[in-house]
Design a protein around this ligand. Structure first.
Ligand code: MLT
Length: 204
């Protein structure tokens, strides 16, 4: 299928959702399994490892420096990942229109890129500490797509202004965005996870 990945089928047949777990820089396909199991117990899990290496650390796309992305690589990797999800749905037999992205940091950034460039890949998204990875000249329609964003007030990588800009872009595309602020920084906290879990109960 291309990506090194973990797939765990839904333990409960009437939970039709598959969580697409997207790790941060330096993570791998095992990193966020606990998070998927916590967010929707018994849902299916598809967890790929980012195919770009930065000093030996897996990522989902290339960057030139912190916050400065290689846009050509980002676009290429976004389509590559969206194609992987479609192929995986086919070979594992999960619902392609019930895929919920759960991304942290670099993984949240490629999830945003997928929402903007391949909008039909995801039916919802949980984004921890996302940035604006790119701004397409034409926005897709994300009407009715529920998106949860957990930002850090004191995030040294993502400024509050960038978070607000991302919210505006996604809302302009029609998405149903819920933004929560954590007092901490870029690291994922237990409060973020519980807020996402509560939010998921209301949308799926
Ligand atoms: C990125 O490169 O996607 C962001 O800077 C977040 C990260 O450090 O992974």
């Amino acid at each position: 299928l291309g990506f090194t990945h973990r797939f765990i089928p839904a333990a409960e047949p009437n939970i039709p959702y598959t969580l697409l777990l997207l790790h941060g820089t330096g993570g791998d396909e095992t990193d966020l399994l606990w998070l998927g199991e916590e967010l929707i117990p018994d849902a299916g899990i598809l967890s790929p490892r980012g195919q770009v290496l930065e000093n030996g650390m897996p990522r989902f796309f290339r960057r030139l420096a912190e916050g400065i992305f290689d846009l050509e690589d980002l676009k290429f990797r976004t389509h590559e990942l969206a194609n992987f999800v479609a192929t995986a749905a086919d070979s594992y037999g999960f619902e392609p229109d019930r895929v919920v992205a759960v991304g942290y940091s670099n993984g949240a950034n490629i999830a945003v890129s997928m929402l903007l460039l391949r909008p039909y890949t995801l039916s919802a998204a949980v984004l921890f500490r996302p940035m604006v990875p790119l701004e397409p000249s034409q926005l897709p329609s994300l009407t009715g797509i529920p998106i949860f964003i957990a930002a850090g007030r004191n995030d040294s990588i993502v400024s509050p202004e960038e978070t607000e800009r991302l919210v505006k872009i996604l809302q302009t595309a029609g998405a149903d965005v819920t933004l929560t602020w954590h007092p901490g920084g870029h690291a994922l906290s237990g409060e973020d996870v519980q807020a996402a879990k509560q939010w998921l109960l209301t949308v799926i």
